[in-house]
Design a protein around this ligand. Structure first.
Ligand code: NAP
Length: 291
Protein backbone atom coordinates (compact mmCIF):
# COMPACT_ATOMS: atom_id res chain seq x y z
CA UNK A 1 0.00 0.00 0.00
CA UNK A 2 1.24 3.49 -0.84
CA UNK A 3 0.53 6.05 1.90
CA UNK A 4 0.75 9.83 1.74
CA UNK A 5 1.26 11.02 5.33
CA UNK A 6 0.87 14.64 6.43
CA UNK A 7 2.41 15.60 9.78
CA UNK A 8 5.23 13.03 9.71
CA UNK A 9 7.49 15.26 11.83
CA UNK A 10 4.92 15.37 14.67
CA UNK A 11 4.60 13.13 17.69
CA UNK A 12 2.12 10.68 16.12
CA UNK A 13 3.22 11.14 12.51
CA UNK A 14 6.76 10.14 13.41
CA UNK A 15 5.56 6.86 14.93
CA UNK A 16 3.25 6.12 11.99
CA UNK A 17 6.06 6.67 9.51
CA UNK A 18 8.62 4.54 11.34
CA UNK A 19 6.18 1.63 11.84
CA UNK A 20 4.92 1.85 8.25
CA UNK A 21 8.49 1.68 6.95
CA UNK A 22 9.14 -1.41 9.14
CA UNK A 23 6.05 -2.99 7.57
CA UNK A 24 7.32 -2.07 4.11
CA UNK A 25 4.53 0.31 3.18
CA UNK A 26 5.58 2.82 0.56
CA UNK A 27 5.60 6.20 2.33
CA UNK A 28 5.45 9.76 1.03
CA UNK A 29 5.96 12.18 3.91
CA UNK A 30 6.19 15.88 3.06
CA UNK A 31 7.11 18.06 6.03
CA UNK A 32 5.43 21.39 6.75
CA UNK A 33 8.32 23.44 5.31
CA UNK A 34 7.78 21.61 1.99
CA UNK A 35 3.99 21.53 2.03
CA UNK A 36 1.43 23.47 4.05
CA UNK A 37 -1.86 21.53 4.13
CA UNK A 38 -3.82 24.76 4.06
CA UNK A 39 -2.35 25.45 0.58
CA UNK A 40 -4.87 23.43 -1.40
CA UNK A 41 -3.09 23.60 -4.76
CA UNK A 42 0.09 22.14 -3.23
CA UNK A 43 -1.84 19.31 -1.57
CA UNK A 44 -3.63 18.46 -4.80
CA UNK A 45 -0.44 18.62 -6.84
CA UNK A 46 1.33 16.14 -4.54
CA UNK A 47 -1.68 13.83 -4.33
CA UNK A 48 -2.03 13.72 -8.12
CA UNK A 49 1.66 13.16 -8.62
CA UNK A 50 2.03 10.42 -5.99
CA UNK A 51 -1.38 8.68 -6.34
CA UNK A 52 -1.46 7.03 -2.88
CA UNK A 53 -3.98 4.34 -1.90
CA UNK A 54 -4.42 6.01 1.47
CA UNK A 55 -3.85 9.53 2.80
CA UNK A 56 -3.29 9.92 6.57
CA UNK A 57 -3.65 13.41 7.99
CA UNK A 58 -1.76 13.63 11.29
CA UNK A 59 -0.90 17.28 10.64
CA UNK A 60 -2.64 19.77 12.88
CA UNK A 61 -2.33 23.03 14.75
CA UNK A 62 -2.02 21.54 18.26
CA UNK A 63 -1.14 24.53 20.50
CA UNK A 64 -4.36 24.36 22.55
CA UNK A 65 -3.82 27.54 24.61
CA UNK A 66 -2.28 29.57 21.80
CA UNK A 67 -5.26 28.74 19.58
CA UNK A 68 -7.39 31.05 21.75
CA UNK A 69 -5.40 34.00 20.37
CA UNK A 70 -4.56 32.46 16.96
CA UNK A 71 -8.06 31.42 15.96
CA UNK A 72 -7.61 32.05 12.23
CA UNK A 73 -4.48 29.95 12.07
CA UNK A 74 -6.07 27.09 14.04
CA UNK A 75 -9.04 27.03 11.65
CA UNK A 76 -6.82 27.42 8.56
CA UNK A 77 -4.94 24.22 9.46
CA UNK A 78 -7.46 22.12 11.40
CA UNK A 79 -10.59 22.85 9.35
CA UNK A 80 -9.48 24.26 5.96
CA UNK A 81 -6.30 22.16 5.74
CA UNK A 82 -8.22 18.99 6.60
CA UNK A 83 -10.82 19.89 3.95
CA UNK A 84 -8.09 20.53 1.36
CA UNK A 85 -6.61 17.08 2.04
CA UNK A 86 -10.07 15.50 1.78
CA UNK A 87 -10.78 17.20 -1.58
CA UNK A 88 -7.44 15.99 -2.92
CA UNK A 89 -8.26 12.44 -1.74
CA UNK A 90 -11.62 12.66 -3.48
CA UNK A 91 -10.07 13.91 -6.73
CA UNK A 92 -7.65 10.97 -6.92
CA UNK A 93 -10.08 8.35 -5.51
CA UNK A 94 -8.01 7.64 -2.38
CA UNK A 95 -9.26 6.85 1.12
CA UNK A 96 -8.33 9.12 4.02
CA UNK A 97 -7.71 8.69 7.75
CA UNK A 98 -7.97 11.95 9.64
CA UNK A 99 -6.77 12.21 13.26
CA UNK A 100 -8.97 14.12 15.69
CA UNK A 101 -9.37 14.68 19.40
CA UNK A 102 -11.36 14.13 22.61
CA UNK A 103 -11.48 17.96 22.86
CA UNK A 104 -14.51 17.91 20.53
CA UNK A 105 -16.42 17.02 23.73
CA UNK A 106 -17.29 19.28 26.65
CA UNK A 107 -16.46 16.59 29.20
CA UNK A 108 -19.39 17.31 31.47
CA UNK A 109 -20.46 13.66 31.88
CA UNK A 110 -19.00 10.82 33.91
CA UNK A 111 -19.11 7.89 31.53
CA UNK A 112 -16.90 7.04 28.55
CA UNK A 113 -17.72 8.99 25.40
CA UNK A 114 -18.97 7.11 22.36
CA UNK A 115 -18.52 8.11 18.73
CA UNK A 116 -22.11 9.38 18.64
CA UNK A 117 -22.01 11.23 21.98
CA UNK A 118 -22.97 14.91 21.54
CA UNK A 119 -20.01 17.16 20.73
CA UNK A 120 -19.59 20.59 22.35
CA UNK A 121 -16.00 21.84 22.29
CA UNK A 122 -14.91 24.14 25.13
CA UNK A 123 -12.08 25.82 23.25
CA UNK A 124 -11.00 27.13 19.82
CA UNK A 125 -8.72 24.15 19.15
CA UNK A 126 -11.57 21.68 19.84
CA UNK A 127 -13.99 23.62 17.63
CA UNK A 128 -11.48 23.86 14.77
CA UNK A 129 -10.88 20.08 15.01
CA UNK A 130 -14.62 19.34 15.09
CA UNK A 131 -15.22 21.46 11.98
CA UNK A 132 -12.29 19.65 10.33
CA UNK A 133 -13.93 16.28 11.06
CA UNK A 134 -17.23 17.51 9.64
CA UNK A 135 -15.58 18.84 6.47
CA UNK A 136 -13.69 15.58 5.87
CA UNK A 137 -16.79 13.43 6.34
CA UNK A 138 -18.96 15.62 4.14
CA UNK A 139 -16.39 15.63 1.31
CA UNK A 140 -15.41 11.95 1.40
CA UNK A 141 -18.37 10.12 2.98
CA UNK A 142 -17.61 6.38 3.25
CA UNK A 143 -14.05 6.92 2.04
CA UNK A 144 -13.06 8.72 5.25
CA UNK A 145 -12.26 7.54 8.74
CA UNK A 146 -11.96 9.97 11.65
CA UNK A 147 -9.79 8.58 14.47
CA UNK A 148 -10.36 10.50 17.70
CA UNK A 149 -7.64 10.06 20.30
CA UNK A 150 -6.67 11.71 23.60
CA UNK A 151 -3.69 12.89 25.66
CA UNK A 152 -0.97 11.59 23.33
CA UNK A 153 2.51 10.86 24.58
CA UNK A 154 5.36 9.44 22.58
CA UNK A 155 9.11 9.47 22.19
CA UNK A 156 9.16 12.44 19.80
CA UNK A 157 7.74 15.80 20.73
CA UNK A 158 6.47 17.86 23.60
CA UNK A 159 4.06 15.99 25.85
CA UNK A 160 3.03 15.60 29.47
CA UNK A 161 5.40 12.67 30.16
CA UNK A 162 8.45 14.59 28.94
CA UNK A 163 7.39 17.77 30.75
CA UNK A 164 6.91 15.89 34.04
CA UNK A 165 10.26 14.10 33.81
CA UNK A 166 12.00 17.43 33.22
CA UNK A 167 10.21 19.08 36.18
CA UNK A 168 10.85 16.12 38.53
CA UNK A 169 14.58 16.52 37.85
CA UNK A 170 14.58 20.28 38.41
CA UNK A 171 12.11 21.01 41.22
CA UNK A 172 11.42 20.21 44.84
CA UNK A 173 7.70 20.00 44.19
CA UNK A 174 5.38 19.87 41.19
CA UNK A 175 1.65 20.68 41.23
CA UNK A 176 -0.65 18.72 38.94
CA UNK A 177 -4.40 18.92 38.31
CA UNK A 178 -6.35 16.19 40.10
CA UNK A 179 -9.87 16.88 38.84
CA UNK A 180 -9.52 16.32 35.10
CA UNK A 181 -9.77 12.69 34.03
CA UNK A 182 -8.70 11.23 30.67
CA UNK A 183 -7.06 8.21 29.03
CA UNK A 184 -3.40 8.79 28.19
CA UNK A 185 -2.55 7.30 24.81
CA UNK A 186 0.90 6.07 23.79
CA UNK A 187 1.63 7.24 20.24
CA UNK A 188 3.52 4.02 19.42
CA UNK A 189 0.39 1.94 20.02
CA UNK A 190 -1.87 4.40 18.18
CA UNK A 191 0.41 4.37 15.14
CA UNK A 192 -0.03 0.60 14.78
CA UNK A 193 -3.79 0.99 15.22
CA UNK A 194 -3.98 3.67 12.51
CA UNK A 195 -2.10 1.46 10.04
CA UNK A 196 -4.34 -1.53 10.87
CA UNK A 197 -7.44 0.63 10.35
CA UNK A 198 -5.98 1.69 7.01
CA UNK A 199 -5.61 -1.95 5.97
CA UNK A 200 -9.23 -2.84 6.77
CA UNK A 201 -10.62 0.32 5.11
CA UNK A 202 -12.85 1.27 8.04
CA UNK A 203 -15.01 4.38 7.69
CA UNK A 204 -16.98 6.79 9.88
CA UNK A 205 -15.70 7.84 13.29
CA UNK A 206 -13.77 5.64 15.71
CA UNK A 207 -12.36 6.35 19.16
CA UNK A 208 -8.83 5.09 19.79
CA UNK A 209 -7.07 5.55 23.10
CA UNK A 210 -5.34 3.32 25.62
CA UNK A 211 -7.76 1.71 28.09
CA UNK A 212 -8.49 3.02 31.59
CA UNK A 213 -9.15 6.42 33.10
CA UNK A 214 -6.81 8.48 35.26
CA UNK A 215 -6.48 12.04 36.51
CA UNK A 216 -3.47 14.07 35.39
CA UNK A 217 -2.27 13.93 39.02
CA UNK A 218 -2.40 10.12 39.17
CA UNK A 219 -0.77 9.90 35.76
CA UNK A 220 2.04 12.16 37.01
CA UNK A 221 2.37 9.94 40.11
CA UNK A 222 2.86 6.86 37.91
CA UNK A 223 5.55 8.70 35.90
CA UNK A 224 7.28 9.90 39.09
CA UNK A 225 7.40 6.37 40.57
CA UNK A 226 9.12 5.08 37.43
CA UNK A 227 11.61 7.93 37.21
CA UNK A 228 12.52 7.88 40.92
CA UNK A 229 14.24 4.50 40.50
CA UNK A 230 16.85 6.11 38.26
CA UNK A 231 17.12 9.69 39.38
CA UNK A 232 18.17 10.95 42.81
CA UNK A 233 16.68 14.44 42.37
CA UNK A 234 13.34 12.92 41.29
CA UNK A 235 13.37 10.90 44.56
CA UNK A 236 13.31 14.21 46.45
CA UNK A 237 10.52 15.72 44.35
CA UNK A 238 7.02 15.95 45.87
CA UNK A 239 3.85 15.87 43.84
CA UNK A 240 1.02 18.18 44.93
CA UNK A 241 -2.59 17.74 43.76
CA UNK A 242 -4.36 20.95 42.72
CA UNK A 243 -7.77 21.81 41.29
CA UNK A 244 -8.09 22.88 37.65
CA UNK A 245 -9.35 26.24 38.96
CA UNK A 246 -5.92 26.80 40.58
CA UNK A 247 -4.14 26.26 37.26
CA UNK A 248 -5.45 29.03 35.04
CA UNK A 249 -4.80 28.60 31.34
CA UNK A 250 -6.21 30.48 28.31
CA UNK A 251 -8.16 27.45 26.98
CA UNK A 252 -10.75 25.55 29.01
CA UNK A 253 -10.31 21.76 29.10
CA UNK A 254 -12.87 18.96 29.51
CA UNK A 255 -13.22 17.68 33.07
CA UNK A 256 -13.85 14.10 31.87
CA UNK A 257 -12.82 13.01 28.39
CA UNK A 258 -12.43 9.24 28.54
CA UNK A 259 -13.19 7.67 25.15
CA UNK A 260 -15.26 4.51 24.78
CA UNK A 261 -13.19 2.42 22.37
CA UNK A 262 -15.55 -0.55 21.90
CA UNK A 263 -16.00 0.16 18.17
CA UNK A 264 -12.22 0.04 17.74
CA UNK A 265 -12.03 -3.31 19.57
CA UNK A 266 -14.78 -4.66 17.31
CA UNK A 267 -13.11 -3.43 14.13
CA UNK A 268 -9.66 -4.79 15.00
CA UNK A 269 -10.68 -7.86 17.00
CA UNK A 270 -8.45 -6.85 19.91
CA UNK A 271 -8.75 -4.59 22.95
CA UNK A 272 -6.65 -1.47 23.40
CA UNK A 273 -3.63 -1.80 25.69
CA UNK A 274 -3.98 -0.14 29.11
CA UNK A 275 -2.60 3.36 29.70
CA UNK A 276 -0.15 1.74 32.16
CA UNK A 277 1.23 -0.51 29.40
CA UNK A 278 1.48 2.48 27.10
CA UNK A 279 3.37 4.47 29.73
CA UNK A 280 5.74 1.54 30.42
CA UNK A 281 6.49 1.21 26.71
CA UNK A 282 7.20 4.94 26.38
CA UNK A 283 9.41 5.02 29.49
CA UNK A 284 11.27 1.94 28.26
CA UNK A 285 12.09 3.85 25.07
CA UNK A 286 13.51 6.62 27.26
CA UNK A 287 15.57 4.07 29.21
CA UNK A 288 13.54 4.11 32.45
CA UNK A 289 11.96 0.66 32.55
CA UNK A 290 11.97 -2.68 30.86
CA UNK A 291 8.86 -3.43 28.78
N1 NAP B 1 -1.08 15.77 21.36
C1 NAP B 1 -2.21 15.35 21.95
O1 NAP B 1 -2.31 15.22 23.18
C2 NAP B 1 -3.41 15.02 21.09
C3 NAP B 1 -4.58 14.58 21.74
C4 NAP B 1 -5.68 14.26 20.95
C5 NAP B 1 -5.61 14.36 19.56
N2 NAP B 1 -4.47 14.81 18.97
C6 NAP B 1 -4.45 14.90 17.50
O2 NAP B 1 -3.49 13.96 17.03
C7 NAP B 1 -2.88 14.44 15.84
C8 NAP B 1 -1.37 14.38 15.99
O3 NAP B 1 -0.99 15.19 17.11
P1 NAP B 1 0.54 15.32 17.56
O4 NAP B 1 0.57 15.38 19.04
O5 NAP B 1 1.36 14.32 16.82
O6 NAP B 1 0.84 16.78 17.00
P2 NAP B 1 2.24 17.52 16.82
O7 NAP B 1 3.33 16.77 17.48
O8 NAP B 1 1.99 18.94 17.19
O9 NAP B 1 2.48 17.42 15.25
C9 NAP B 1 1.69 18.13 14.35
C10 NAP B 1 2.28 17.97 12.98
O10 NAP B 1 1.53 18.78 12.08
C11 NAP B 1 2.45 19.53 11.30
N3 NAP B 1 1.78 20.73 10.84
C12 NAP B 1 1.28 21.75 11.58
N4 NAP B 1 0.72 22.67 10.78
C13 NAP B 1 0.87 22.23 9.51
C14 NAP B 1 0.52 22.73 8.23
N5 NAP B 1 -0.11 23.91 8.10
N6 NAP B 1 0.83 22.00 7.14
C15 NAP B 1 1.48 20.83 7.25
N7 NAP B 1 1.85 20.29 8.42
C16 NAP B 1 1.55 21.00 9.53
C17 NAP B 1 3.61 19.79 12.22
O11 NAP B 1 4.75 20.17 11.48
P3 NAP B 1 6.01 20.87 12.23
O12 NAP B 1 6.72 19.76 12.93
O13 NAP B 1 6.79 21.44 11.11
O14 NAP B 1 5.43 21.91 13.14
C18 NAP B 1 3.74 18.41 12.85
O15 NAP B 1 4.39 17.52 11.97
C19 NAP B 1 -3.46 15.84 15.60
O16 NAP B 1 -4.54 15.73 14.72
C20 NAP B 1 -3.99 16.25 16.97
O17 NAP B 1 -5.05 17.17 16.85
C21 NAP B 1 -3.36 15.13 19.70
Amino acid sequence: MKILLFGASGQLGHEINSRALDLEFEMICPVQSELDISEEAQVLFLAERSKPDLIINAAAYTAVDQAESERDLAFAVNRDGAAAVARAAKRIGSRMIHISTDYVFSGEGNSPLREDSPTAPLNVYGLSKLEGEQAVLSILGQNALIVRTSSLHGRHGVNFVHTMIKLFKERESVSVVRDQVMSPCWAGWLAEVVLDLGRIAASGVVHASCAGAVSWYDFAQAILESVQGKDAQARRCRLEPIGADQFARPARRPRYSVLDCSRLAQLLGRKPISWQEGLRAHLAELGYEQR
